[in-house]
Design a protein around this ligand. Structure first.
Ligand code: FEO
Length: 162
């Protein structure tokens, strides 16, 4: 059985991951609206991944005989000034999620909940990858600068994500 404190923070993380999914779907819609279909596809796949993160935690709560409590999902932004702006915010958001995950692990260690500490190691590793990926796309966009051609090539590259 999960301690109340842990259950509360896990349910909060389900909401954080669902919001991430919603945010990236909104970014995908933004990219579609400006005809960047590669960026849009990349974001839509990212959105699906976030939904899977939410469901991993959802199922873990159930496995530990906890009650999943879904709460209101914040409305995401619907428009950005550029691809650069989108990826600046993506990186910032992933840094926020990393902090949330570390917070959960710190609490699990403090509460001597070894199962939760262990379960969240996957997320700790995943966050290293998520931050690195967002950071590397952001760096590419910065290098491209104002080159329409460069953005077109990156759009094609991101569209190849499976
Ligand atoms: Fe589920 Fe991108 O963190």
């Amino acid at each position: 059985m999960l301690k109340e404190k842990i259950l509360k923070i896990l349910n909060k993380q389900v909401n954080e991951e669902l919001f991430s999914s919603y945010l990236y779907l909104s970014m995908s819609a933004y990219f579609s609206s400006i005809n960047f279909e590669g960026f849009a596809k990349w974001m839509s796949l990212q959105s699906k991944e976030e939904y899977e993160h939410a469901m991993k935690i959802y199922n873990y709560i159930l496995q530990r005989d906890g009650k999943v409590t879904l709460t209101k999902i914040e409305t995401p932004k619907t428009s950005w000034s550029s691809a650069l702006n989108v990826f600046q915010e993506t990186l910032k958001h992933e840094q926020h999620i990393t902090a949330c995950i570390h917070n959960i692990v710190n609490m699990a260690i403090q509460e001597k909940d070894h199962a939760t500490t262990n379960f969240f190691q996957w997320f700790v590793t995943e966050q290293v990858e998520e931050v690195a990926t967002a950071g590397s796309i952001l760096e590419k966009i910065k290098m491209i600068g104002d080159s329409k051609n460069g953005l077109f090539i990156l759009d094609r590259e991101l569209g190849q994500r499976q």
